[in-house]
Design a protein around this ligand. Structure first.
Ligand code: DGL
Length: 266
């Protein structure tokens, strides 16, 4: 038994998809979630900057005494893997678990990956999918407008701006008749209805954060907390906006706390 909390971080609201899945799978675990809304989006930043930010995010959670970290950010997982590997506690990233889920499900159709610009540029999802699913075509599409839309509160399932962006980004994947779409940015699970409406019901959506939560639960088997179940949410961004949006996205009431970050060189 290990009663230390699980740490989760992301650039912003996207990490709530991982928190939501962890709350369902591991209701007795305490969770500390850090949302770096103040510095979102991460997906337009260069790799070197992302590595520095990842180090700060990990250190912030380590200072909270966490036993395991879920790096609920495809951008950090793709661009700062060595920072995550160097952490003194296990870190579950967003790459391995969804790729393994797609491999295990089998099939022969093309696989689409949608993610941030920095994630697509790093190519980690595409490389891992090609290695795990030889012979299957992998098509990666960056969707740079999704995260700024979500971070500014465009979260209603029928939001017209999200629907227009989804049509623009996903039409090429629809034309290629992909069978599976990997949501390689954790924010995208928050607009899954718009993505599904655009692609139709025949495409299997695989959410990186949901798969990673399953992997975290497997990792903790035998050292679970028994009787915790608290959730602390820290944000570097606008506390009022976080307080308004996060409970809607999470499906439960929370009392977020402001978190100051050390100043970061450009
Ligand atoms: N949710 C994060 C990801 O998975 C970051 C998105 C962003 O801030 O651009 O990539």
């Amino acid at each position: 038994m290990d009663n230390r909390p699980i740490g989760v971080f992301d650039s912003g609201f996207g990490g709530l998809t991982a928190v939501r899945a962890l709350r369902r799978l591991l209701p007795e675990e305490d969770i500390v979630f850090f949302a770096d809304n103040g510095r979102a989006p991460y997906g337009s930043r260069p790799a070197e900057q992302l590595r520095r930010m990842a180090r700060q995010d990990v250190e912030l959670l380590l200072a909270q005494g966490v036993k395991l970290i879920v790096a609920a950010c495809g951008t950090v997982s793709s661009n700062a893997a060595e920072v995550l590997r160097a952490a003194p506690v296990p870190v579950i990233g967003m790459i391995e678990a969804p790729v393994e889920a797609i491999r295990a499900a089998g099939g022969a159709g093309a696989i689409g990956v949608i993610a941030t610009e920095a994630t697509v540029r790093a190519g980690a999802f595409a490389a891992a999918l090609r290695a795990a699913c030889p012979g299957r075509e992998v098509l990666s599409v960056a969707c740079p407008d999704f995260v700024p839309l979500i971070e500014s509160g465009h979260i209603r399932p029928d939001d017209p701006d999200v629907a227009a962006a989804a049509e623009r980004y996903l039409a090429p994947l629809r034309e290629r008749e992909i069978g599976t779409l990997l949501l390689g940015c954790t924010h995208y699970g928050l607009i899954a209805p718009a993505i599904r409406a655009c692609l139709g019901g025949g495409v299997r959506l695989v959410e990186a954060s949901a798969c990673a939560a399953v992997s975290a639960a497997e990792r903790l088997r035998g050292s679970e907390n028994r009787g915790g179940g608290t959730l602390r949410c820290l944000t570097s961004g606008d506390l009022a906006l976080f307080t308004a949006l996060a409970p809607l996205l999470l499906g439960e009431e929370i009392t977020p706390e402001a978190e100051a970050l050390p100043p970061m060189e450009a």
